[in-house]
Design a protein around this ligand. Sequence first.
Ligand SMILES: NC(=O)c1ccc[n+]([C@@H]2O[C@H](COP(=O)([O-])OP(=O)(O)OC[C@H]3O[C@@H](n4cnc5c(N)ncnc54)[C@H](OP(=O)(O)O)[C@@H]3O)[C@@H](O)[C@H]2O)c1
Length: 334
Amino acid sequence: MTPASFRAMVVEETPDRHFVRRITQRAVTDLPKGDVLIKVHYSSLNYKDALSASGNKGVTRRYPHTPGVDAAGVVAESESGAFKVGDSVLVTGHDMGMNTSGGFGQFIRVPSQWVVPLPGTLTLRESMMLGTAGFTAALSLMRLEEAGVTPASGAILVTGATGGVGSLAVAILARAGYSVTAASGKPKAKEFLSELGANEFLDRQTILGAPDKALLTGRFAGAIDTVGGDILSYALRSTHYGGVVTCCGNAASPDLRLTVYPFILRGVRLIGIDSAECPMAVHHAIWERLAGPWKLPGLEKMTTEIRLVDLEDRITAMLAGGVTGRYLLNLKES
Ligand SMILES: NC(=O)c1ccc[n+]([C@@H]2O[C@H](COP(=O)([O-])OP(=O)(O)OC[C@H]3O[C@@H](n4cnc5c(N)ncnc54)[C@H](OP(=O)(O)O)[C@@H]3O)[C@@H](O)[C@H]2O)c1
């Protein structure tokens, strides 16, 4: 039986254009249209959620709003032939958590086209330890492989390596047999990164202090960049002949200072990654890998479980670049 109301984070815009976050009760009838109602057991905290929760209009145009680009749970009501009550499912991306009420609440209502059946070898909890971060890391590696990069090609640089996407990229690359260089602004996280499978640590300050040349020594066969700005520029300038770099984030900066030389002298390729709008066939292919050959045994070690009331502090830390690993949001006990 679906309850009339549920607990959720609600972000409100004040008349003087400040944004306040509260944990409150919401009515199920206030959820948007959709043919599947899901009781959310777990969500997770991603950088985009921190932006949505702090009033970033590039992510969320209309408030009041419940963020959360990730949700995993059980179907509570369904008007879709594809899902029945009791099915375990997950949703990542699309418009959820942006302008559609998201996973920082105990219920979501979404179009069935956004819903993925939970793969048999993953629990709901594991699926959200991965969430959009794991999905994006896996999509980045899939694009590198499609472009011909293999473990024999050489080392792969991961930037923002202690963050959600970064730490999962390190772990998935290591699981898939790659040698990984983890670049981070947190020297104290060296041990954490080596436990995830990183072979080498590169300090952010070393990257930012690199010569301002069009090309640097070609050290990497590829890179998974999560931060943008001068660090993405370094990755492209340090990639050897024929290498491939993926770009998914802008935690450092949306700008890219670069010449065309990595492209025209080394044939380096830059591939953009978008996890939100990519076709459902890609969603299914990625979750099959995350539940199969790229299934990670050590997810618990990189995850901190939190409740709705803990989000406030974690959002502030995330916006300051202070996150290590993943935050799993437990909605069953919130
Ligand atoms: N395109 C997509 O589909 C997609 C999907 C998911 C995420 N993203 C984007 O990917 C990025 C990472 O997301 P996330 O959820 O992993 O965030 P996160 O957990 O907060 O990780 C971001 C990491 O970036 C590094 N960082 C933060 N501020 C920095 C700065 N000023 N300069 C250099 N490095 C900095 C930090 O790692 P270190 O301290 O280890 O350097 C931080 O832990 C975000 O920009 C997010 O919007 C995009």
